[in-house]
Design a protein around this ligand. Structure first.
Ligand SMILES: [Zn+2]
Length: 60
């Protein structure tokens, strides 16, 4: 499942795979070719919220 983030440079939408983002992959903006990656300190937060989301989806 992809999410979209707003380019910090040109404000266009960048579609990213959050799992790849957590692994430290960089994504390029299709509008201005700036590369976007998750800050190291944000990786844990995103990972936590994703795990929370996954546990909510599981029955029981
Ligand atoms: Zn851009």
């Amino acid at each position: 499942m992809n999410i979209n983030i707003t380019c910090p440079h040109c404000q266009s939408r960048i579609y990213v795979d959050p799992a790849e983002l957590i692994r430290g992959r960089q994504f390029c903006c299709s509008g201005c070719a700036v590369s976007v990656s998750l800050a190291v300190e944000s990786q844990a937060i995103v990972k936590q919220s994703m795990q929370k989301l996954e546990s909510m989806q599981q029955p029981g």
